[in-house]
Design a protein around this ligand. Structure first.
Ligand code: NAD
Length: 378
């Protein structure tokens, strides 16, 4: 039977596992296996905006290892609608003020923070302090300092942390990573990636308000281009230079419109990325010593599509990426499988985001990156 340290005792007690075991006079090992084998993990979504409504909640109807157990919302009217639609009991419904009392709710194992970016750190830290595992939407936060604070809170409270990088669970992404790893087309020499859309909506939306978003296209879509540049080469970059372009300053008053950046890698490979709120882009192309491969679309909700210089067209059965992502995290918690999008990956990407903004502020000056020792590659 697993030896109980004070830290693991506290963690189990917080999750209600220990209490149930003691009450039922059940050995701890049995209680753990009951929790792990007999029940799906309960997820509470925090913030019921567009992504929760149209992607995460429907995906949670398709997951095998977790389910939609609770909601946290600042909009009273949403409580009844969600409760009815997803059969959520009133004891599992919270608002932003009473959220911390979720510590006492045994139905909730994982809190998934789906709020504007500047609110991620606060709610992730509160979730960790309540003894809940955490999924934090991308970008992980609005600064490296905030990423550090989230990671620290999760470590101190002995809970697992993952970033909502759904592409890390996508089969096309993983096929591309295999090409890179196995050098199927030789060495990757140059990667081109773009991620953007044309923003036309309400100029007062939070994505265009730096105090809530932390930045514009780069914070929103740019993290996809950063990720594709990294898994397209299988390496963390060693340096970055960046440029910003503005054509609609009246609309993009507070946040970046279009950014391009070039990465250098230790083995001599180069990557070029473009991210924009004023141009469409959804592509990853890897030029190699012996051919090429590409994904287009590369990071939309799917199905993703791929081609290679051999003419092969990659084909995988379509499944919601978010369902795969949440199941991957649930399996990590329940079965100890790899955390495919750990907090350190979100922090690494925020280090790169900050370096890109610094390069722009310094007129495109190259910024050196020391990410090699972070242990996170793609
Ligand atoms: P949204 O605007 O549709 O929803 C935001 C939610 O936050 C709403 O429920 C709103 O009521 C709530 N909220 C609380 N305080 C707020 C405030 N001060 N201002 C504005 N809204 C406030 O946004 P969304 O598209 O659901 O995005 C939420 C998060 O999810 C963001 O971090 C975003 O980057 C991320 N996201 C990720 C993906 C992905 O593919 N992984 C896709 C979309 C969004």
């Amino acid at each position: 039977m697993k030896k109980l340290t004070r830290r693991s005792f506290n963690s189990l007690a917080t999750k209600g596992i220990l209490g149930s075991a003691l009450m039922a006079n059940m050995p701890l090992a049995n209680a753990l296996t009951t929790k792990q084998n007999g029940k799906k993990l309960g997820i509470a979504l925090v913030g019921l905006g567009s992504y929760s409504t149209y992607q995460l909640a429907p995906s949670l109807q398709e997951t095998s290892h977790c389910y939609l157990a609770g909601i946290v919302t600042g909009t009273k009217e949403k409580e009844a609608v969600w409760s009815k639609k997803y059969n959520i009991p009133s004891k599992n419904i919270y608002n932003y003020e009473n959220f911390d009392s979720i510590v006492n709710n045994k139905d909730i194992d994982v809190v998934y923070v789906v709020l504007p970016n500047s609110m991620h750190a606060d709610f992730c830290i509160r979730a960790a302090k309540a003894g809940k595992h955490v999924i934090c939407e991308k970008p992980m936060a609005v600064s490296v300092l905030e990423c550090d604070a989230i990671i620290k809170a999760c470590n101190e409270n002995n809970v697992k942390l993952s970033v909502g990088y759904r592409m890390q669970s996508d089969p096309y992404t993983n096929e591309v990573k295999k090409y890179v790893r196995e050098k199927t087309f030789g060495d990757v020499l140059f990667v081109s990636s773009d991620a953007g859309y044309i923003s036309k909506g309400n100029p007062n939306q939070w994505r265009l308000d730096k105090s809530l978003s932390g930045g514009g296209a780069l914070m929103n879509m740019g993290v996809y281009s950063i990720q594709t540049s990294i898994y397209g080469t299988g390496q963390n970059p060693i340096a970055v230079s960046a440029q910003e372009f503005s054509t609609r300053p009246d609309y993009f008053k507070d946040t970046d419109e279009t950014i391009t950046a070039q990465f250098k890698f230790e083995n001599g490979a180069v990557a070029h990325m473009m991210t924009s709120h004023n141009a469409n882009g959804n592509q990853l192309k890897c030029h190699c010593s012996n051919g090429w491969f590409e994904l287009e679309p590369a990071h939309s909700y799917g199905p993703i599509s791929g081609t290679t210089s051999n003419g092969d067209i990659l084909k995988f059965p379509h499944k919601r990426q978010q369902a795969l992502q949440m199941d991957d995290f649930a399996k990590h918690i329940l079965m100890g499988t790899k955390n495919v999008a750990p907090g350190e990956m979100g922090k690494r990407d925020m280090i790169i985001v900050e370096a890109i903004y610094k390069s722009i502020a310094e007129g495109g000056k190259e910024q050196l990156l020391s990410l090699g020792n972070m242990g996170i590659v793609s």
